[in-house]
Design a protein around this ligand. Structure first.
Ligand SMILES: CC(C)(COP(=O)(O)OP(=O)(O)OC[C@H]1O[C@@H](n2cnc3c(N)ncnc32)[C@H](O)[C@@H]1OP(=O)(O)O)[C@@H](O)C(=O)NCCC(=O)NCCSC(=O)C[C@H](O)C(=O)O
Ligand SMILES: [Mg+2]
Length: 285
């Protein structure tokens, strides 16, 4: 599946050290998995986690789910060995934490070659350099690290995420300018379904492609929030049909449900239908 066209509604973190979770993920309906060697793995487990993950990926069974491996930073004792190991793993993407500049991406690419790279956007410097990071030729996705960002910015948690908005907006602008995938940060309270649904809806409204998750119970909520709704699909079909009709009579503006429809709205409608089809294709396996 074309990486740009495929769905990224649910992107689940799995600690690379947890064999049971690595196995469970094979049967979960997630669009992508972040196999984590960084924050979800304790320092004395780092080496074991690398081997455990390598074996799990070699065994396979993850179907069409995108396989993303998050390594430790190259400034840590484990980063270089992780990056060298990823080269040998059956992974689709390598995810670099705490990216501050395009030079950080260069340093990883010097080890991982032409493997696509995603960047964790989670530091103030990363926010200020988002445009240059996004423009790196091997960079294909941004993942928001809202926990680290909250720590660095010394913000307080708010349900409306107001203290995060500048950072989320800067990264979205940079990602959209370069045609990157943009995935929203995690919702820590993994037993609070209502709060997660609100945050997913906000992320979807802002233009994120999906949400990073920490627990299987969060998957269905994200999948629903980031998929086109039945109402959106129905409207998209009617917009396309109405525009085709006026276009045939030499006009450039249709009206559907009391709102104008121009060629740009038709482009959005086509994207909605394409996304719905891509989700069906992924589900069909
Ligand atoms: C949060 C958890 C520690 C909870 O674990 P646990 O108490 O084991 O949960 P449950 O008993 O409810 O688990 C039920 C079953 O589900 C499996 N499970 C749990 N979590 C996962 C998972 N992430 N992926 C796959 N499977 C999972 C359990 O094994 C149970 O299975 P079974 O026994 O067969 O029924 C735990 O969920 C967890 O560790 N989550 C991941 C935490 C993590 O990855 N953190 C790092 C990423 S967040 C971050 O760093 C973002 C960023 O960098 C930032 O700065 O914001
Ligand atoms: Mg982080």
């Amino acid at each position: 599946m074309d990486p740009r066209q495929r769905p990224y509604r649910s992107v689940l973190y799995i600690p690379g050290s947890k064999e049971r979770a690595l196995d469970k993920a094979r049967s979960l309906p997630v669009d992508a998995i972040i196999f984590d060697l960084e924050d979800a793995v304790a320092a004395d487990e780092k080496e074991n986690a690398r081997e455990t993950l390598k074996a799990a990926l070699a065994e396979g069974g993850y179907g069409q789910k995108m396989r993303i491996v998050r390594i430790n930073g190259l400034d840590t004792p484990w980063g270089r060995a992780d990056a060298e190991a990823v080269r040998e793993m059956d992974a689709d993407v390598v995810l670099l934490p705490k990216v501050g500049s395009a030079a950080d991406v260069d340093a990883l690419a010097a080890i991982t070659g032409d493997l696509p790279i995603w960047a964790m956007m989670e530091t103030p410097r990363g926010m200020l350099n988002a445009a240059q990071i996004a423009a790196h030729p091997l960079l294909t996705g941004f993942v928001m690290g809202t926990n680290d960002l909250a720590k660095e910015l010394q913000t307080r948690y708010r349900g409306d995420r107001l203290p995060m908005m500048t950072s989320l907006g800067l990264c979205l602008l940079a990602a959209k300018a370069e045609g990157l995938i943009a995935i929203d940060g995690v919702y820590n309270a993994f037993k609070d379904d209502e709060g997660l649904a609100v945050e997913c809806a906000q992320g979807r409204d802002m233009g994120f492609d999906g949400k990073t998750l920490i627990h299987p119970a969060q998957v269905d909520i994200a999948n629903a929030a980031f998929a086109p709704s039945e109402a959106e699909i129905d409207l998209a079909r009617r917009q396309i049909a109405a525009f085709a009709e006026v276009e045939a009579s030499g006009q450039g503006v249709a009206v559907v449900d009391g709102k104008i429809v121009e060629n740009l709205h038709v482009a959005t409608a086509r994207e909605i239908l394409a996304k719905a089809e891509a989700i069906l294709a992924l589900q069909a396996g």
